[in-house]
Design a protein around this ligand. Structure first.
Ligand SMILES: Nc1nc2c(c(=O)[nH]1)N[C@H]1C(S)=C(S)[C@@H](COP(=O)(O)OP(=O)(O)OC[C@H]3O[C@@H](n4cnc5c(N)ncnc54)[C@H](O)[C@@H]3O)O[C@H]1N2
Ligand code: MOO
Ligand SMILES: [Mg+2]
Length: 415
């Protein structure tokens, strides 16, 4: 069993996960708590936008017809009736020969069909009345956003499964959605395994290292919208680790372990999966890094056992865990954010498996280029911070050369 693992392609491994995704129940949240959540309801415009004829400039509301024939030499003279601040209701309709001073965002008074900017006018006072000169003709509609010009009432704006970001928040607020039905966040228990692991606060000891994977995962999970539950580090002791992991599976929606999944004597997850009473979906993937990545499901809950090597742990999360969490939070689409780019350097490391190389993309003269974030090795921690994409290098002895077209997966969309 230990050395006889069926190798599964990345795409097939991902496909094996998806039927087991169970979408979380929904909850009603205050709008300010909805950022990063996925909508469990459709959102329609509850009014036209704008819902009144709105001035888009500080100026004067006028009848465009009154400016006919106006020039610098022969400006038209209009009597000013009132001042209309944003938020108020105009008191006087505009009739021939009149205007009202109006502010950006204010409701345009009846009868007016154009707004002339303040800068274009000259004000005079005469007989306790205010007048303006307008030195040019205006087209009807100038600087007015008519009712419903951005959106009609009843327009479907956002569908179920849409993630809520800045633009979605703006629409929800605009249309009065003070509470929103969204999917709950899954809880995810994180276990680092390995007797070599020290807590972050520990001084270094001979042969031991500090546990970094738990913190990488903590950050990835928060970014993905899940609720991370940091667990104690597990020594390479099968019985104890198994009990802790099974207990966490009862408490959390999903469990992630790192380390102990390869062919070493103390790779305890292999033993745990041998005794696993759930389904093992795969235990070897045709990829580097992270080939020993193993995933099981038990009563519709996933146990993701990612490789211990920091680079492999990171890549395993992006390819397998992130889409599952998004699915549990209501995202319907399982695809990876892939793009095509041109290699900006040679990468000729041979590999029997497809490689997901930590890279950086950059647009130069309208062309997307990618290069390595640094030394590409599963054990390297340094390049995780520098990667903004994963370059997909096909298997084989040749790798890819400078100028070759490659596929890459977008990371860190917030950067
Ligand atoms: N004979 C073979 N040896 C190895 C093979 C193989 O096919 N045959 N595969 C290699 C590959 S590829 C990988 S990837 C690793 C996978 O190892 P494990 O997933 O079993 O992980 P560990 O053995 O526990 O640790 C590997 C490495 O990562 C360090 N580590 C572990 N946990 C953490 C943590 N929480 N924070 C930071 N660093 C961690 C650990 O100390 C090891 O250095 O196996 C290869 N071997
Ligand atoms: O599968 Mo391992 O992560 O390549 O080095
Ligand atoms: Mg190992």
């Amino acid at each position: 069993m230990r050395f006889n693992r069926e190798v599964v392609k990345v795409a097939d491994a991902r496909e094996r996960l998806f039927p087991h995704i169970r979408v979380k129940p929904t909850e009603k949240l205050k709008l300010e708590q909805c950022v990063g959540r996925y909508l469990a309801q459709e959102i329609v415009s509850t009014s036209p936008l704008p819902h009144f004829h709105r001035s888009s400039m500080d100026g004067y509301a006028i009848r465009a017809a009154d400016t006919r024939g106006a020039t610098r030499e022969r400006p038209v003279l209009l009597e000013v009736l009132e001042t209309i601040p944003a938020g108020s209701v105009p008191q006087h309709p505009i009739t021939r020969g009149t205007a009202s001073r109006i502010m950006t965002g204010a409701a345009v008074p009846e009868g007016a069909d154009a707004v002339v900017m303040i800068e274009w006018t000259e004000t005079i006072e005469k007989d306790e009345k205010t007048y303006i000169y307008i030195p040019r003709e205006l087209e009807p509609g100038t600087h007015i956003a008519p009712t419903g010009s951005e959106l009609e009432q009843g327009t479907l704006l956002l569908g179920k499964g849409q993630r809520i970001g800045p633009g979605e928040m703006a629409l929800l607020a605009t249309f009065g959605y003070a509470e929103v039905e969204v999917y709950e966040r899954p809880t995810v228990a994180i276990f680092a395994t390995g007797s070599e692991l020290l807590n972050v606060s520990s001084p270094l000891l001979p042969g031991k290292i500090r546990n970094s994977n738990s913190y990488t995962l903590l950050s990835l999970l928060l970014d993905a919208g899940a609720i991370p539950l940091m667990q104690e580090t597990l020594p390479d002791e099968v019985e104890q680790a198994q009990a802790k992991i099974l207990d966490a599976l009862d408490r959390a929606d999903l469990v992630i372990t790192t380390g102990g999944v390869s062919v070493g004597d103390f790779d305890i997850l292999v033993d745990i999966f041998e005794r696993w009473d759930g389904r093992m979906l795969f235990n070897k993937v045709a990829m580097r890094p992270g080939s020993p990545t193993t995933v099981g499901v038990r009563e519709d809950k996933f146990l993701f056992s990612l490789s211990g090597n920091p680079g492999a742990c990171f890549v395993g999360f992006e390819l397998f865990v992130r889409p599952v969490i998004a699915g549990m939070m209501g995202k319907p689409d399982r695809s990876l954010p892939t793009f095509t780019a041109v290699m900006d350097e040679d990468f000729t490391k041979p590999s029997p498996f497809e490689r997901y190389v930590r890279g950086r993309y950059e647009i130069v003269d309208g062309q997307m280029f990618v290069r390595l974030a640094g030394t590409e090795k599963s054990s390297i921690t340094l390049t995780i911070k520098d990667a903004n994409c994963l370059i997909v290098v096909p298997p084989g002895g040749r790798g890819v050369g400078k100028g070759d077209k490659v596929q890459a997966i977008m990371l860190k969309k917030w950067e």
